[in-house]
Design a binder for this molecule. Structure first.
Ligand code: FES
Length: 181
């Protein structure tokens, strides 16, 4: 995942602060990883390498810890988070087909984020509304009885919204530019 402008500096600064607060005793490794994720929303590669160097551990060991616990994420959360339920009821009613549809439409696998960071996709266990299966939670909003066509609809709505925002921004810029002259 490519870093955004200025992101590397921010990662290094935040990780350094967290390391200096905790120190590098072995028992501090998980608290450090937790705090880095808390500050940055995920565990970027440069932070993992920085942590490994500070603890004098091979990076692979730090990754081993992070991947062992599923509270940790190695990809940045997307602006829109899509969670496909694959609990029993949703699975029985085609939840995996829905997950498949999102993967194909977004060009990513579950657990990943699109390169533009618009969407992240994950599978979740039962979200507690089995009567509405198959269920997808999009940015905290529950989508009920989702079909592959509905997947297209959900993503299309975001595309339209994004285009409108871009158009508004371009218009504002034009108006601003006009005033300068
Ligand atoms: S299994 Fe999906 S909501 Fe219960």
């Amino acid at each position: 995942m490519e870093l955004l402008e200025g992101e590397l500096e921010q990662i290094q600064r935040e990780t350094e602060n967290i390391l200096s607060r905790h120190g590098t005793e072995r028992q501090e490794l998980i608290p450090v990883i937790q705090d880095v994720q808390g500050r940055l929303g995920y565990l970027p590669q440069p932070a993992m390498e920085q942590i490994a160097a500070a603890f004098k551990l091979p990076a692979v060991d730090v990754y081993g810890v992070a991947t062992f616990y599923n509270q940790f994420r190695l990809n940045p959360p997307g602006k829109h988070q899509i969670k496909v339920c694959l609990g029993t009821a949703c699975h029985m009613l085609g939840g995996h087909i829905i997950l498949d549809s999102f993967e194909r439409r977004l060009g990513i696998k579950e657990g990943e984020t699109t390169p533009d960071r618009e969407f992240s996709l994950e599978r979740v266990a039962c979200v507690g509304c089995c009567a509405l299966a198959p269920v997808v939670v999009v940015d905290e909003k529950v989508e009920a009885k989702v079909s592959p066509i509905r997947v297209d609809g959900i993503l299309l709505a975001f595309e339209i919204e994004k285009k409108e925002q871009e158009k508004e921004k371009a218009e504002e810029k034009q108006e601003g530019g006009g005033q300068d002259q």
